[in-house]
Design a protein around this ligand. Structure first.
Ligand code: LLP
Length: 423
């Protein structure tokens, strides 16, 4: 459920009409809804209310300070994958002891920084990383709490580029090697290896792969405890999908997901850590663009808008489907089969392909829906296009939570070497 809806024929973000934002901020821009962000967090928190569970929002999905601060005020912890994300979480007011540092390639400098901050713990993905963390922690006189990320070889049945739990993926430690690595880990100084982590992929719309993974996690926890390991926390990752195609692909409700967790892991008396990203911010955000031109190609129309693949890469990178809604919902007239494309010089530069939508004309506004996760965070300045601004709405209020930079800001990042600098 989200809070982008038509009122008197005009698409609104909560109580703010999008044409007003377009006038004041300019297009393209990302627009997030506070009510939607809060609702998604609360629905998940309520689903897990009876369990010992900690929700760590996956910062990679949307790292705007305003979004993180909204989450932090609701009590969320955070899952970070770089020093930059850790700094963002801390700057947004998240307590260090609610932060988990994940990722296959943490540098020693990042480990030291995170230990200095006093984060809850690290999800470690290899033997080599484990030794490095042990050395860094020892040199600082600290103890690092660790969960080993175990790769259960479960098919999450999602797009190949966002599937992480198959044995051919780079993530985690093979399930069958896990027990021996836990035994080795116990011998390393300055580590408290007391958790298990799994994350099998993203945009998962079926509970079955989660069930398979959780049951494997359960078996491993029991086996490790029998071998004398203290296992206190189980980090089940993120991955719950969102409905990109409206009512046509409805993912499991958080209540069903929470029931599954209780059923498979509930009696282990371990704290459950969750790392949801997409399900919190996905449909809490949209990308609003203006139509620049329309042109008729052979058999279909191209609607050229001012947003492009550099602003939202998901259609190009994952063949992702995002609904496109006209901001003016009252327009009558025939629909036209069309591709919505951007100005970037690449054939892969499109936001939507072969859609039956109104025959848009110059100046019309469109909203690319469900763009609040892995949207702005994956944007670039390719073609020397400016990063698009982000706006957060709350009821009838709004704030620009990331302004559009200037061309001077962008070009000024470069430096001329001395031999080119003198005129
Ligand atoms: N935990 C770990 C260890 C992860 O690798 C991820 C996502 C998450 C949690 C959050 O997963 P979520 O709840 O958002 O599914 N850019 C891609 C998605 C990449 C996901 C990477 N890992 C996309 O746009 O679909």
């Amino acid at each position: 459920m989200h809070h982008f809806a038509y009122k008197d024929g005009v698409l609104h973000a909560e109580d703010v009409p999008l044409p007003r934002l377009a006038d004041e901020v300019g297009t393209p821009f990302y627009c997030y809804s506070t009510a939607t962000l809060e609702r998604h967090y609360r629905v998940l928190a309520e689903a897990f209310a009876g369990q010992d569970a900690v929700i760590c929002f996956a910062v990679k999905a949307n790292s705007n300070q305003a979004v993180l601060a909204t989450m932090a005020r609701l009590g969320a912890g955070m899952d970070v994958v770089s020093e930059g994300e850790l700094r963002r979480a801390r700057a947004a007011g998240v307590a260090a002891d609610k932060i988990i540092f994940a990722g296959v390639g943490k540098s020693r400098a990042e480990m030291a920084y995170a230990l200095g901050e006093g984060i809850f713990g690290f999800n470690v993905e290899s033997e080599a990383e484990l030794s490095a963390l042990s050395e860094v922690a020892q040199s600082l006189g600290a103890t690092a709490r660790v969960a080993l990320r175990v790769n259960p070889d479960v098919d999450a049945k999602t797009h190949a580029k966002i599937s992480t739990g198959k044995s051919e993926n780079k993530f985690g430690i093979p399930y069958l090697r896990a027990a021996s690595l836990y035994a080795e880990a116990r011998r390393l100084p300055a580590l408290d290896v007391s958790g298990i982590h799994m994350h099998i992929g993203s945009q998962i719309t079926d509970l079955a792969p989660f069930r398979d993974a959780f049951l494997l996690m359960r078996d491993l926890a029991l086996e490790l405890r029998r071998a004398g390991h203290a296992i206190h926390h189980l980090d089940i990752g993120g991955g719950l999908g969102v409905p990109y195609r409206g009512s046509n692909d409805v993912p499991p409700h958080p209540d069903e997901y929470a029931r599954l967790v209780k059923e498979t892991l509930g009696d282990l008396e371990a704290t459950i850590y969750l790392e949801p990203g997409r399900m919190i911010t996905g449909n809490a955000g949209i990308l609003v663009a203006s139509v620049l031109y329309a042109k008729d190609g052979a058999g279909k129309r191209f609607t050229i808008v001012d947003a492009a693949m550099n602003d939202l890469i998901r259609p190009t990178l994952y063949e992702a489907y995002h609904e496109v809604w006209p901001v003016d919902g009252s327009r009558a007239g025939p629909l036209a089969l069309q591709d919505i494309v951007g100005p970037v010089c690449e054939t892969g530069d499109y936001l939507a392909l072969e859609r039956e939508l109104p025959a848009f004309a110059e100046g019309d506004l469109i909203a690319v829906m469900t763009a609040g996760a892995y949207g702005a965070v994956m944007s670039s300045t390719y073609n020397t296009r400016l990063l698009v601004p982000e706006v957060l709405v709350r009821g009838g209020d709004y704030a620009v939570v990331r302004p559009r930079p200037s061309f001077d800001d962008l070009i000024g990042l470069d430096r001329l070497p001395p031999w080119l600098a003198s005129s």
